[in-house]
Design a protein around this ligand. Structure first.
Ligand SMILES: NC(=O)c1ccc[n+]([C@@H]2O[C@H](COP(=O)([O-])OP(=O)(O)OC[C@H]3O[C@@H](n4cnc5c(N)ncnc54)[C@H](OP(=O)(O)O)[C@@H]3O)[C@@H](O)[C@H]2O)c1
Length: 172
């Protein structure tokens, strides 16, 4: 279920909030994570954020951000009619980040948008069908037994996990 909720965040961000249209360029920041690994399936190229600076990127119609840091540098990559959708805040300066992102969304609602997920039952059912048809692929890093939950959290915090961990409730 948590993966499906992440998938619904990605789908709602791109379709409802950003209204990505065919032919537009989409940048997803945080593309290997739970939300990003679904969002990026709406696009095609992959870049490593550790070696690619924002100023080396081209222009984008939509930037979906699940990281929360350095938003100005990525906002600067938007085209004239581009829009950025922020799903996360900078964890090191959470209040300033919330205020800044909130203000920008209030002052320039077409260009800067905040997203908070509250998926409908229909959306969850639609996404389930997409997964069953193979239109969207869940990215699963590993399946772990219940006993390894703490270790899974440690690894998630360290970064470098591709997609989601699945916890097998039947395995002690
Ligand atoms: N607003 C909403 O409704 C909503 C909904 C869902 C999630 N969220 C928020 O979105 C955020 C991400 O959620 P998630 O489940 O996708 O988390 P996640 O699975 O931990 O993924 C985080 C992703 O960000 C990448 N990343 C970390 N630092 C980065 C940087 N400086 N530049 C580019 N990428 C970077 C990670 O890559 P590495 O591991 O390789 O570093 C990973 O791909 C969380 O803050 C969550 O609370 C908000």
């Amino acid at each position: 279920m948590p993966w499906l909720v992440n998938a619904s965040s990605a789908a709602a961000t791109i379709t409802d909030k950003a209204r990505l249209a065919p032919g537009e360029r989409l940048l997803v920041r945080g593309a290997t994570g739970g939300v990003g690994s679904v969002a990026v399936q709406f696009g095609d190229a992959a870049l490593d954020y550790r070696t690619t600076r924002p100023e080396d990127l081209g222009r984008f119609d939509v930037v979906v951000d699940v990281v929360g840091t350095d938003l100005g540098a990525y906002r600067a990559r938007l085209d004239r009619r581009g829009r950025m959708v922020a799903l996360a805040f900078d964890p090191d300066r959470i209040v300033m980040s919330m205020v800044g992102t909130g203000l920008r969304a209030a002052l320039r609602p077409r260009r800067s948008k905040l997203f908070s997920n509250n998926p409908s039952a229909e959306r969850m059912a639609e996404l389930t069908r997409c997964v069953e048809r193979g239109d969207i692929r869940p990215v699963i890093h590993a399946v772990l037994p219940m006993d390894d939950v703490a270790e899974a959290h440690r690894r998630l915090e360290a970064g470098g996990v591709r997609g989601k961990y699945v916890v097998d409730m039947g395995r002690p």
